[in-house]
Design a protein around this ligand. Structure first.
Ligand code: FAD
Length: 307
């Protein structure tokens, strides 16, 4: 199918893009990698009258240390501060970045699970975040890592935590005249371990269920903070509250992890049935994947394994 007719603009700067979005309001849509928007337009699920193509805006493509103004350089400072990723950075560049591997290894570990290399060559980190598909890996990682989203609109800039950024099925806090500029991920911390697990019918397909988990231990080895975000088992990218409650304050023993996984499957997710899996099977996957991810995250947090 072909999309409905639309006006096309290719601004060269964020300012110019914002002017176009302000002028056209709800009729306009930013175009990033086009890997979700263009299929939706071809199926006439989306019919923007105006496309604002962000691909010519160089200032939106970068990977930088949060402590540096410059783009990543091999062997750049040994600092453990976080990393800032421009919204138009291709998913493949994120996957291959040594800086992200060093400072935000959960994201590096997850990227090969996002679609296929051809799609990651075009798809952007910002496009995936704004698309807010509850079956997507990147929103789950942003939630588990407590990422911050920097947004600019006609009124100026604001920074929003991932938990507030995602509002529901394909929904975010972005107004039609706002752009996501960058995502900031915190750096590695002592006694924090993360892990990603998913099950897909074929590698690269959308997962039947998945989890991004981050555990921080206190000095005595008990769980200080637990951030668990699921994909493909709910109506929106969100954090699991029940499982986190079962973990915080406890030593991450096999029994505690088993109980947290049971709670996650019973209370935290609302899996749907479709042609790929029943709701019951998905809940079972959540329990098993949660156990696996938490076990790995706890080992990493205690320094028993890398990264
Ligand atoms: P686009 O499609 O260009 O845009 C998506 C939405 O975000 C649009 O509404 C657009 O207006 C808005 N937008 C984009 N950038 C900005 C910005 N900076 N500010 C404001 N709004 C913005 N994804 C997965 O997570 N897992 C998968 O397994 C997976 N499998 C796929 C398989 C296939 C065959 C295909 C075609 C896609 C798949 N995807 C998958 C989706 C892919 O990862 C997309 O790249 C991603 O969801 C959207 O990124 P994009 O850059 O292509 O955004």
């Amino acid at each position: 199918m072909k999309p409905a007719a639309f006006e096309y603009h290719a601004p060269g700067s964020v300012e110019e893009a914002l002017e176009l979005l302000t002028e056209h309001g709800w009729d306009a849509k930013p175009l990033a990698g086009g890997q979700s928007l263009i299929p939706a337009m071809n199926f006439r699920l989306a019919r923007p009258a105006v496309l604002v193509d962000l691909n010519g805006i160089e200032e939106l493509t970068f990977i930088r240390g949060a402590d540096e103004g410059t783009d990543e350089a091999p062997g750049s400072s040994g600092s453990n501060d976080g990393v800032r990723i421009g919204a138009m950075t291709r998913q493949r560049a994120v996957e291959r970045s040594p800086l992200i591997a060093r400072r935000a290894p959960l994201l590096s570990e997850t990227m090969p699970h996002v679609a296929h290399p051809q799609i990651r060559n075009r798809g952007t980190i910002g496009g995936s975040a704004v698309h807010a598909d509850p079956a997507s890996e990147i929103p789950a990682v942003l939630l588990a890592m407590n990422a911050k989203c920097r947004i600019r609109g006609p009124e100026g800039e604001r920074t929003v935590a991932a938990e507030e950024f995602f509002l529901g099925l394909f929904g975010t806090v972005l107004a039609p005249d706002e752009l996501l500029l960058e995502i900031e991920l915190p750096g590695r911390r002592p006694r924090r371990g993360c892990a990603f697990r998913e099950i897909a019918r074929r590698h690269g397909d959308y997962a039947m269920a998945g989890i991004a988990a981050s555990l921080t231990l206190d000095k005595k080895g008990a769980v200080d903070e637990a951030r668990l975000a699921y994909l493909s088992v709910g109506g929106a990218p969100s954090l699991a509250a029940g499982a986190a409650e079962a973990l915080v304050g406890a030593q991450p023993t096999e029994e505690v992890i088993r109980e947290a996984a049971r709670v996650a499957a019973a209370e935290d997710v609302e899996p749907m049935e479709d042609m790929h899996a029943s709701a019951r099977y998905r809940a079972r996957l959540v329990e098993v994947l949660t156990r696996q991810a938490l076990t790995t995250a706890a080992q990493r947090a205690s320094g028993a394994s890398n990264p």
